[in-house]
Design a protein around this ligand. Structure first.
Ligand code: C5P
Length: 220
């Protein structure tokens, strides 16, 4: 019900950091809190969508009505995201580590006289580009995020075309965003760019969910 209902729509959302193991006790990660992605998952579920949230390690609890798949590495996140398809909507907001350790040690790496180990890194797959690639499983609406400190609009627009997604939510991370409750964003689509006022991550998520619902309404 309601003009902005997403009842009957399926969505997959990625959120949080990834954790790339080095050995059984160590790993590489980043400072993503997952708050923005969790808020998007909650907002879509509130509008009646069937939401799968693929989450890296965070301190957050699953929003009501959302099915959460907890993952650690980028490779696990990619597999869980693909397993959640087909879907109508993909919002990939996770801060996926760009690199992972090439050969994960089977046992704890020991400190020793040989000095520190050298970690060889290899690139992680781009989950967003994979989901946005043309194919039978491509969601009708694929949305990515772009965290930038400079040239937000130009970088967001470049990311839109490079990754093949439909919308990019550009994030100005030059001031407090990571772990914070506020966010200043720009919505970039093929039609143009809109600057949204700085608002809470919950408000950004509600506004995005409204836009998503409007998109499906006008596409009918
Ligand atoms: O290239 P960059 O990491 O800035 O792109 C950010 C967008 O791409 C986000 O939506 C992020 O979730 C997604 N991404 C991804 N897989 C990666 C890297 C980024 O899905 N390996």
């Amino acid at each position: 019900g309601g003009p902005r209902s997403l009842a009957g729509r399926k969505a997959v959302v990625t959120a949080g950091p990834t954790f790339e193991p080095i050995d059984p006790v160590r790993g590489l990660t980043n400072r993503s809190s997952g708050k923005q992605g969790y808020a998007v998952a909650a907002a879509l579920a509130q509008r009646g969508a069937e939401v799968t949230l693929v989450s890296g390690p965070t301190a957050l609890s699953a929003p009501p009505g959302v099915t959460r798949m907890e993952v650690e590495s980028a490779l696990e996140m990619k597999a869980a995201t693909q397993a959640a398809l087909p879907a109508d909507i993909a919002v990939l907001s996770a801060a996926v580590a760009d690199w992972r350790v090439d050969t994960v040690a089977g046992g704890k790496i020991k400190k020793g006289p040989g000095g520190p180990p050298t970690l060889a890194l290899i690139e992680n797959p781009d989950i967003l580009a994979g989901v946005a690639a043309p194919g039978p499983n491509r969601p009708a609406l694929v949305i990515g995020f772009a965290a930038e400190t400079t040239d937000l609009e130009a970088n967001a627009r470049a990311k839109l075309s490079r990754k093949g997604c439909d919308w990019i939510v550009g994030n100005d991370v030059s001031d407090e965003v990571f772990g914070s409750d506020g966010n200043a964003v720009l919505l970039v689509t093929a039609q143009g760019a809109e600057v949204w006022p700085r608002q809470s991550k919950t408000a950004v998520a509600q506004a995005l969910a409204d836009r998503i619902a409007d998109h499906f309404k006008s596409a009918q």
